[in-house]
Design a protein. Structure first.
Length: 752
């Protein structure tokens, strides 16, 4: 380290040589003074990788005894750092060929097109393709520049390869500043013999090179041998290497496939003869539209009357004995006993085709019997069924024959136990094409794929609060049901996560601009206490806390901590305290569930506890950005329940490597606290002040019941003592240049 006592004769050790420049600046009239640049990239890269708070650089002559090497420099050196996110390394799923298909394939031509989908976080890119014969490079091509996410290609020229040879190729992205990594090696075998032709592929629902139906809707695809007489089977794969085999009859086969990706989809199909030889891959590209809206949607927001409207169609539900209550959002329907239900007048979906059902549910208690939140009647039994399975005390999705002998198949997870009194989002999905069932709980896959035997039958009305079984009514639901949706297609995980996280509800917002009122009027005003007072803030006023007893508290909890939420605040520290300091928290009777604030490690973060006990497991998501005193900073803690992640944002910036893997198992029902937290039943960790001078915490506390990505405008300040190297968290490489004009590096000058 460099300090006030450092001289040329009392200097620190020189650790790493970085650069040498041979210049003659200032030698004479023909060689005037000027700036000199040194490459300090290795030091910046190491500092970023090891989270150094600063870099110490020194300048000296190659030979300090050589008087001709003497230079005099001004005392204003500049360290310039330029960040660039390198292009992403293509994975096997990003590369393909036509003909051929997947990374490892057979082509019926020696001049195929090699394709790659390339990505870069902040630049347009070019694709560099190379093709080899063994270890010898045969050729390469650098494509024109295009936007990230585009498909790039290169055509192998004629004459480069012959029949029975192998095109060994790879590709990488280049953004003009740096290059990404090479893709895995791909091998394309040139084979123009049996089976010598690619199979025929067609689909009425998903025509080639055109827009077809939507995500989650199964389509029929016909394969043909294309005149090759010995094809006995076809092997196919959608958006991946062919790995599923279907037998051929007279050179033909038909399969049902459910696309799950919007936009271009690539179906790769190849013929297979009786000896097991595989023919060339047929690449069938088709475009899939976005998934269609639900065919039934009951929000249960009426709050009165005996009819619940279907906002997606013409299937109103009639209530029988059921009542109304407050829901997850808006209203809900409530069931308290046997025989209470709501039902439509006709079926919503066919149980032998793709379908999905979702609902927000809440049980009063965990009953000793099965309980159906939603089910569609059959002749004797319900077909699709969504609710609670008593045997495993867990949420479940069920399918069954609607007539004849009951043959139910359950999709459930015994580890994902149900909780009474808690709103939980359930989604059941059936992919009839693959005969697979899936259950999602709060947006996360809890069970599946579970194979279903495919049994179906006549469908009846959709029923809420109970289900048909053996010709009668069973499985009464003791609790509430809200926001039920039914699709006549399979929904994909991204859509399900959107159902859970899509509706961001602001549950509390205190501007603290001279007032403690909650603008949402949902959580209520804050009550200041101890050494809390008003002061000027980042924008308008702010509340200032004395670091001893100053705090403010709401009268109740602001969010459910066992579901997704976001908490944010503008804060400023007068000094960096030696211990943890809580900006905002919410806890139970013994400990804080979450605590957003400052860590004694010198960084911002959000801590969480495993249980409301005196000695719970405790973890924290800490930012990679260090905290600075006297600087307004925007903090946001985000709990993403479907992803099982706790995230910290500082100044609107999020570094994925700082995420904490965490699944909340309890709800903190205590009041929200500003400026303090709770441990072992005692409040503490107050937000500190500098001496008796107040510390300002930014007034804009905002709470959302769903995770969101905070974005703010902020100004970056250098810390005391000079610039700090900060890693951008996106895998960026630092390219640093130390620009020295007519400078004297004062701390390394000879002693006078």
């Amino acid at each position: 380290m460099i300090g006030n006592t450092t001289t040329w004769n009392n200097q620190p050790a020189w650790v790493t040589w970085l650069d040498t420049e041979h210049v003659a600046k200032g030698w004479g009239a023909g060689c005037p003074p000027g700036g000199v640049e040194f490459d300090a990239t290795p030091a910046a890269v190491r500092a970023a990788a090891e989270n150094w708070p600063h870099i110490t650089l020194g300048l000296r002559a190659t030979d300090e005894r050589d008087t001709y090497a003497w230079k005099k420099f001004n005392s204003n050196p500049v360290l310039v750092i330029e960040y660039n996110s390198p292009p992403a390394t293509p994975v096997a799923a990003d590369v393909w060929s036509d003909p051929g298909g997947a990374c490892t394939a057979v082509a019926g031509t020696a001049t195929p097109r090699l394709y790659a989908r390339l990505h870069d976080g902040d630049n347009a890119v070019r694709g560099r393709f190379e093709w080899y014969d063994g270890d010898a490079r045969v050729g390469e091509l650098l494509t024109a520049s295009a936007g990230s996410g585009n498909a790039f290609y290169a055509t192998v020229p004629a004459g480069a390869y012959q029949d029975k040879s192998t095109i060994r190729w790879r590709v990488r992205a280049e953004d003009g500043i740096t290059t990404g990594g090479w893709s895995p090696w791909c091998e394309l075998r040139v084979d123009t013999t049996a089976p010598e032709r690619e199979p025929e592929v067609s689909s009425a629902r998903y025509p080639e090179n055109a827009w077809g139906d939507g995500v989650g809707r199964a389509g029929s695809f016909a394969f043909g041998a294309n005149g090759v007489g010995d094809v006995t089977a076809f092997v196919y794969g959608l958006n991946h290497e062919p790995d599923t085999e279907v037998k051929a009859a007279d050179g033909r086969a038909t399969v049902e496939i459910t696309p799950q990706e919007e936009g271009p989809n690539v179906l790769s199909v190849r013929g297979k003869d009786g000896a097991g030889k595989l023919g060339p891959i047929r690449t069938y590209v088709f475009n899939v539209r976005a998934g269609t809206a639900p065919v039934g949607h009951w929000s249960f927001d009426e709050g009165q009357g005996a009819t619940a409207a279907d906002s997606a169609g013409d299937h109103p539900a009639t209530l029988a004995g059921a009542g109304w209550t407050e829901g997850r959002q808006g209203g809900a329907v409530r069931f308290t006993g046997q025989g209470q239900h709501a039902a439509t007048g006709s079926p919503i979906v066919a149980s032998d085709r793709n379908l999905a059902i979702s609902a927000w549910v809440r049980l009063d208690t965990l009953p000793a019997h099965n309980a159906a939140a939603v089910a569609q009647d059959g002749e004797l039994h319900a077909g699709p069924w969504l609710g609670y399975r008593a045997a495993s005390r867990s949420w479940s999705f069920n399918l069954n024959h609607t007539t004849g002998t009951s043959q139910p198949v359950w999709a459930y997870s015994a580890q994902d136990t149900a909780k009474a009194g808690v709103w939980t989002h359930l989604t059941g999905v059936y992919d009839a094409a693959a005969k697979n069932m899936y259950l999602f709980v709060n947006g996360r896959l809890a069970a599946g794929p579970v194979t279903y035997h495919g049994g179906a039958g006549p469908a009846g009305p959709l029923r809420f609060g109970e289900a048909r079984f053996q010709g009668g009514m069973a499985d009464p639901w003791p609790g509430d049901v809200d926001d039920v949706r039914v699709w006549d297609r399979a929904v994909v995980p991204e859509e399900i996560a959107g159902l859970v996280n899509g509706a961001k509800t602001l549950t509390a917002h205190w501007t603290l601009d001279g007032t403690v009122e909650d603008t949402t009027r949902k959580t209520g005003p804050l009550t200041p206490g101890g050494g809390a007072a008003w002061t000027s803030g980042w924008l308008g006023d702010a509340i200032t806390l004395d670091g001893v007893a100053g705090h403010a508290a709401a009268g109740q909890a602001a969010v459910r901590t066992d579901q997704s939420y976001t908490v944010s605040a503008w804060v400023q520290l007068d000094r960096l305290p030696a211990s943890d300091a809580v900006v905002v928290s919410q806890g139970g009777s013994r400990t804080s569930h979450f605590s957003l604030g400052y860590s004694s490690a010198g960084r911002w973060g959000i801590g969480v506890a495993s249980a409301d006990t005196d000695n719970p497991g405790a973890w924290a998501a800490l930012s990679d950005a260090v905290a600075y005193p006297m600087e307004w900073t925007h903090l946001a803690g985000v709990y993403d329940a479907p992803a099982g992640k706790m995230r910290i944002y500082v100044g609107g910036q999020h570094v994925p490597s700082t995420d904490l893997g965490y699944v909340s198992t309890w709800n903190a029902e205590g009041p929200l606290q500003v400026g303090r937290g709770m441990s072992a039943g005692t409040v503490g960790a107050t937000f500190p002040a500098r001496s008796t001078t107040s510390v300002s915490t930014r007034a804009r506390y905002a709470f959302s019941t769903e995770p969101e990505t905070p974005a703010v405008m902020f100004k970056q300040h250098d810390p005391p003592g000079g610039p700090t190297i900060k890693y951008d968290g996106r895998g960026g490489k630092a390219a640093a240049v130390l620009k020295i004009g007519e400078l004297l590096v004062r701390l390394l000058r000879p002693a006078e």
